[in-house]
Design a protein. Structure first.
Length: 592
């Protein structure tokens, strides 16, 4: 299958979302839909209007969960395209749960481990590279699983593998993160232990080798792996009670201990992200005496501390995401004693304004960030409660934006390779974003035979939900051109509206166009790569190809119809074919 990237140009700051801003066009192979029509996808992803952060909407996940210690994790654990939840509860019961997402923020709980003492932190990665997500945890040594791995069998059944039963005598595992620390291409892990030390565990492929990095660090908490000095290998940042520290990787898993800030009073939560959009990771940290800091990475392991907030009460968990979204990272913080979730909006120059959404007061503790309802915006997952009680539950908060009333996206030009009879445009709304009054997508299309002279923009084709429309519609001026001519080039423009409610916006999963795969009776539009001196000749239904090397003719469903070396001559049935020389598609032909 030949897959081509299809770039799109976006009007300034009008759009946000995931892969919708740069889509994929599949122009050959498995996109063949039937004997009469073929489809290409303008983008498969989420596309929505840019907005301004307004508030958070609250949804309960599990009322039996308490709030002490670790951050919950948002991750696509079952690799089905939507984000699930990975959660433990140090206040008991001593379990590790994962919550399966239906795709729209509704969850079903499953147990990974029913018996592990006081999990302090967890992280999910595909450490084996086998396509499924595994889970690492740091916990209390009482269960003999101080550092443990839950290996996924591919069917969401997890087997327990103890990496280190007791991380250090008299202490417990506290923070954990995964990343390649020795440059061999696989995941290693770094684990802090509460009484003041840091270890890293080398993944040898057949087991784990423990390496000490530092002791006497003071009470340790969050660990975050990242390349902080830009030298191509991963370093380890760690929040301790009195200091922010980085263990700089000098290559091959040897480290130098650097103190970035030794003036903290009660450092705790730590997160990384490029806060100033300069290409390197910065750090955000909570000090439980009431302060939130950003450490701007100036390069070469030099950091500048910026005070985001010095009047919080007891800030705990911290994560970063673009909440507005305006292209820069903002900060979410759980304040336990203030019983609030704060969202600090970044103006792009690392000046932050604190917002306090109107949500129920709880003793919020750990924070996770990710899209939970498939709307391309970051949502917040929070555990709440005190130790060991009361348990105030596991909650997720949908980011609510005030959307601009409309925006426009214009695609780049798609070259179909031959003249096509373009038939329909199809729009698919997100299943989690059903139609509502005032939510509309307007599609305009223009086309060209030679890529020079274009039709006017034809439309709008108005969609209030998922569906398909014929490009020719008598009520749309100029649309009859799609019945009168075939076109090799096509381009579209989208306009999104949310006219009745400023918090509503259409969220699209897909834009697609269908066409007749047999083109028309005009030119075949056979294309040859200029770097090859290859001949493609079609007379009637007889194809002759000359070139140096292996030659193949491939049908639209991916089957090899004929193959030869240096010279090929074959009689073909009616249809569309690709000509492949030395593994590269050098032309497309139509046999009528």
């Amino acid at each position: 299958m030949l897959v081509l990237l299809f770039a799109q140009s976006v009007s300034q700051t009008d759009w946000s979302g995931g892969p919708g801003v740069c889509g994929t066009v599949t122009s050959w192979g498995n996109t063949f839909c039937s004997s009469t029509t073929q489809m290409f996808y303008m983008f498969p992803g989420k596309l929505r209007l840019k907005g301004v952060f307004k508030t958070l909407d609250e949804f309960s996940v599990d009322g039996t969960i308490g709030g002490w210690d670790n951050d919950p994790d948002i991750v696509d654990l079952d690799v089905d395209g939507d984000n699930d939840l990975l959660v433990s509860d140090e206040s008991g019961p001593n379990v590790v749960y994962w919550y399966e997402n239906s795709g729209c923020g509704n969850f079903t709980r499953h147990t990974i481990d029913p018996d592990i003492e006081s999990v302090d932190e967890l992280v999910a990665v595909d450490y084996q590279g086998d396509g499924d997500m595994d889970v690492f945890v740091a916990s209390h040594p009482a269960s003999g699983k101080d550092v443990a791995l839950y290996r996924n069998d591919g069917g969401m059944a997890f087997s327990t593998h103890v990496i280190d039963p007791v991380i250090n005598s008299g202490s417990e595992g506290e923070g954990i993160d995964a990343g390649d620390l020795d440059g061999d291409g696989d995941y290693d892990i770094a684990v802090s232990w509460l009484a003041g030390g840091l270890w890293w565990y080398e993944n040898t492929g057949s087991g784990w080798v423990k390496h000490g990095l530092g002791t006497g660090l003071g009470t340790t908490y969050d660990v975050v792996i990242g390349d902080y000095d830009g030298d191509g290998d991963n370093d380890i940042a760690i929040a301790t009670r009195n200091a922010l520290r980085i263990f700089r990787n000098d290559g091959g898993g040897t480290f130098t201990h650097l103190v970035i800030d030794n003036t903290l009073s009660d450092g705790y939560g730590l997160a990384k992200g490029d806060m100033d959009s300069d290409g390197d990771p910065d750090l955000a940290l909570t000090d439980r005496t009431g302060r939130v800091y950003v450490y701007r990475n100036d390069g070469g392991m030099s950091f500048t501390r910026i005070t985001v907030d010095n009047s919080a009460n007891r800030p705990m968990g911290i994560q970063v995401a673009d909440f507005e979204p305006d292209g820069d990272l903002d900060i979410a913080v759980a304040d336990q004693n203030a019983q609030r979730i704060y969202v600090y909006l970044n103006d792009g120059s690392l000046a932050f304004s604190r917002t306090s959404p109107a949500i129920t007061s709880r003793h919020y503790f750990g924070v996770g960030i990710g899209d939970l309802n498939s709307d391309a915006s970051p949502d917040i997952l929070v555990r709440a409660g005190l130790y060991p009680s009361p348990k105030e539950g596991l909650w997720w908060y949908k980011t609510v934006l005030n959307y601009y009333p409309s925006a426009t996206l214009t695609s780049s030009v798609f070259d179909a390779g031959v003249y096509r009879r373009w038939l329909q445009v199809q729009v698919t709304f997100s299943n989690c974003n059903p139609p509502a009054p005032g939510k509309e997508v307007h599609v305009y299309v223009r086309a060209s035979r030679y890529g020079i002279a274009w039709t006017p923009w034809i439309g709008p084709y108005v969609f209030t939900g998922s569906g398909a429309q014929n490009l020719y519609q008598p009520s749309i001026s100029g649309s009859d051109t799609f019945t009168e001519q075939s076109f090799r080039y096509i381009q579209y423009r989208l306009e999104l509206y949310s006219s009745t409610d400023s918090t509503l916006s259409p969220i699209l999963d897909e834009i697609a166009f269908t066409y007749d795969p047999l083109g028309d009776d005009g030119e075949l539009g056979v294309e040859e790569d200029e770097q090859f001196r290859d001949g493609i000749l079609l007379k009637g239904n007889v194809l002759t190809v000359t070139g140096k090397g292996a030659i193949a003719v491939v049908s639209v469903d991916g089957r090899i119809v004929a193959r030869a070396k240096d010279h090929l001559r074959v009689r073909l049935k009616r249809g569309v074919y690709g000509v492949v020389l030395r593994g590269r598609t050098i032309g497309k032909i139509v046999v009528r």
